[in-house]
Design a protein around this ligand. Structure first.
Ligand code: COA
Length: 259
């Protein structure tokens, strides 16, 4: 696969996507979005990939949409662009494997929303977050009004979106936006450790848990619990369930195969 705006590698069960437009602090354009979709397709197809890591560089995870492109957009262009954003992020969310945003530097606008579309957010203490779109006369369109509200609640989301201020990693951690906060020099190793831990988990149970948690946004508790019950029973048909319980009883670590 030939990528222009991201660097895509694989390492010990992890697909690693590095956003790579440093000259504009990794701001998104249509090419970035297309390439993120290509990554999502590849991750779905490759059984060797157990976890996805998305990162930027020390200055920026991503500073959002490329504002230079926005200047000449018509409402139709804006609709097309933001639809593509939502499709790309939706595809990443839908890969059925855990996704980790590993964040140093700025995660602003669409960059913050990309992190929100991941399952885990691990941040360096140097990271900065924000949804500053309001200051450009627009709103977040990549899930910011929806995913952030679900994650941290209405009051804080209104504060972040309507004030559009940039805030530091410690505040992001206290808000519950970030799962793990580490010193910058430890970010890479802490991300690798998290990815490795997730790689060792049973893939079918992980996928099922992820799908059910996602589903909880959209269904009432009765139907959610019914689905949970059915999926719980389904996992007893997997080899990983047999292995997990056998390993426990034998006092050893389980080796899961995803079957
Ligand atoms: N789109 C396009 N270019 C961007 C960008 C974006 N979202 N964010 C940063 N850049 C570019 C800058 O224009 C600058 O380019 P130049 O060197 O050709 O002038 C370069 O990246 C470095 O950014 P700069 O603003 O000089 O760095 P800084 O350290 O002073 O400020 C930010 C960093 C992130 C606070 C500032 O760049 C910013 O506010 N960016 C926009 C964030 C935003 O509103 N995102 C939501 C978009 S919908």
């Amino acid at each position: 696969m030939d990528f222009q705006t991201v660097i895509y590698t694989k390492e010990e069960g992890a697909a690693i996507v590095q956003l790579n437009r440093p000259e504009v602090l990794n701001a998104f354009n249509e090419e970035v979005l297309r390439e993120l979709e290509m990554v999502a397709d590849d991750v779905v197809r490759d059984d060797e990939v157990k976890v996805v890591v998305i990162k930027g560089n020390e200055t920026a995870f991503a500073a959002g949409a490329d504002i230079k492109n926005f200047v000449s957009y018509s409402p139709r262009d804006a609709h097309q662009y933001i639809s593509q954003v939502q499709v790309s992020m939706g595809k990443l969310l839908g890969v059925g494997k855990p996704t980790i945003a590993s964040i140093a530097g700025y995660a602003l606008g669409g960059g913050c929303e990309l992190a929100l579309a991941c399952d885990f957010r691990i941040a360096a203490d140097t990271a900065h977050f924000g949804l500053p779109e309001i200051n450009l006369g627009i709103i977040p369109g990549g899930g910011g009004t929806q995913r952030l509200t679900r994650l941290i609640g209405e009051a804080k989301t209104k504060q972040l979106i309507m004030l559009g201020e940039i805030f530091d990693a410690q505040s992001a951690y206290e808000l519950g936006l970030v799962n793990f906060l580490v010193p910058l020099p430890d970010l890479e190793e802490a991300t690798r450790k998290l990815a490795k831990k997730l790689c060792r988990k049973p893939p079918l149970a992980i996928r099922t848990a992820k799908e059910l948690i996602q589903l909880s946004y959209d269904v009432d508790i009765y139907n959610g619990l019914m689905m949970e019950k059915e999926k719980f029973a389904y996992l007893f048909s997997t080899e990983d369930q047999t292995e997990g319980m056998k390993a426990f009883l034998e006092g050893r670590k389980a080796t899961f195969t995803g079957r």
